[in-house]
Design a protein around this ligand. Sequence first.
Ligand code: XBP
Ligand code: MG
Length: 233
Amino acid sequence: TLEALIFDVDGTLAETEEAHRAAFNHVFADWGLDWHWSQPRYRELLKTTGGKERIRAWQQTLPEAARHLSDDEIARMHREKTAIYTGILAEGGLALRPGVAKLIASARAEGLRLAVATTTNMPNVEALTRCCWNAEPHEVFDVIAAGDEVAAKKPAPDVFELALKRLGLPPAACIAFEDSLNGLISARGAGLAVVVTPSIFTDDQDFSGAELVTACLEGLTLGDLERLSASER
Ligand code: XBP
Ligand code: MG
């Protein structure tokens, strides 16, 4: 039987990537760099999960002479990016995707447990629950596995495995919610059934390994999820 729901954050709970993209571009300008991540470019860059990893991967695409940031500098730049991003969310204006609030409320009411498995770091999860629920992460979710808590980010299964370990549940008792192919691969690697709601930056990806691909979570019942989590994989 289904005992817990495990959610990705970016792109799944809310369409956060435009705020992330704005924060990256903001910090690049602050550092006097002429880097700019356009939407089409960011669609490609998102295939590298994690902000620090993404900056590093971007730098690798530049000519040798332009690759001057060390890993320490990237870490510092990324801390500034986090401050900009959380500032954007604190201004409000970010909404949960359709159906998310209702599904989480009904799961809670039915005694299911709730978890997060995300590549983004904890301050960003905090900013999101404050903005969207007016609550702290642990008031909404029982378990949170985030960012640099695992060495290998998605598509590695580590962050979903960590969430399962903290829940103390086997994958068969849970279902994962994702918006990206990297997330789908990660969750499946941890043995989970996956519901995919493609986001504005991932709607061209191949989600054939998912139990369900749907535009949004609206109308999805716990009974539907119970059936999906029990399906053969
Ligand atoms: C989301 C990400 C994150 C965010 C930025 O991946 O890859 O990197 O874009 O977050 P997923 P940080 O939704 O698959 O978890 O800058 O905090 O890393
Ligand atoms: Mg995501």
